[in-house]
Design a binder for this molecule. Structure first.
Ligand code: SF4
Ligand code: SF4
Length: 218
């Protein structure tokens, strides 16, 4: 069983969003596609230099353990490091006891320490605090996501949606949990997940068509 005094320290400053930790974790645990022990969230685009109108954007990546993370209990019991830590080329993931990691988190900002505090029925560590952290970060993402919704083309009634586009956009709506909001201040869009760069461009290009599909759903 996982030692409750162990945890995962994540330094968000230099995460490159390479997804190696996600893939390594999935392979180690045999998770299927769409199931994650650690998940990379994308925060952006943000203006690189908001003071100047340079139009250059930056993205920030957030690796967040999910409730499926067991801190690689089997590997750790054999004296190995968790596989996500082992495969992180940017060395932004650290594993250790809370006592070891605490001084590290005090050393610099933009870090988070994840650790289990309870036990589930089968004796594995319960990672409720991770769920909570996930939710907080997801909420932050959602807020950013909504803020990122610029003025959009609301001429949804005249949007042309052929079968191919419909299929494409239905998948996009499901993937990001998209919702289009209309109120007196205008139209914005939001969702459960912040889209990657390609998804963002796709949403912006097809907002009117997405609105049409969402309105059809009622
Ligand atoms: S510690 Fe192990 S189970 Fe947890 S996210 Fe990393 S690889 Fe996955
Ligand atoms: S935590 Fe490491 S392995 Fe995971 S996405 Fe960031 S840089 Fe890549």
């Amino acid at each position: 069983m996982t030692d409750k005094k162990q945890g995962l320290l994540i330094d968000y400053e230099f995460c490159t969003g390479c997804h190696s930790c996600e893939v390594a974790c999935r392979e180690e645990h045999g998770f299927g596609i769409g199931t994650y022990g650690i998940k990379i969230m994308e925060d952006g685009p943000r203006l690189l230099d908001p003071e100047n109108d340079s139009k250059k954007y930056t993205w920030r990546y957030l690796a967040v353990p999910t409730e499926l993370c067991d801190l690689c209990a089997e590997r750790v019991s054999m004296g190995k490091r968790p596989t996500c830590v082992h495969h992180c080329q940017a060395a932004v993931l650290s594993f250790g006891t809370i006592e070891e990691l605490m001084p590290e988190i005090m050393r610099k900002p933009q870090q988070a320490l994840f650790f289990p505090t309870g036990e589930s029925e089968d004796g594995w560590a319960s990672l409720q605090p991770l769920r909570e952290a996930n939710r907080e970060i997801a909420d932050a993402m959602k807020q950013d996501y909504s803020t990122a919704g610029e003025s959009v083309d609301t001429d949804w009634e005249n949007a042309v949606v052929d079968d191919k586009l419909r299929e494409d956009l239905e998948a996009l709506i499901e993937t990001y949990g998209l919702v289009i909001k209309e109120d007196e201040s205008g139209v914005t869009w939001t969702g459960d997940r912040y889209p990657d760069k390609q998804g963002l461009a796709h949403i912006k290009t097809n907002t009117a068509a997405i609105m049409k599909l969402l309105k059809e759903r009622g």
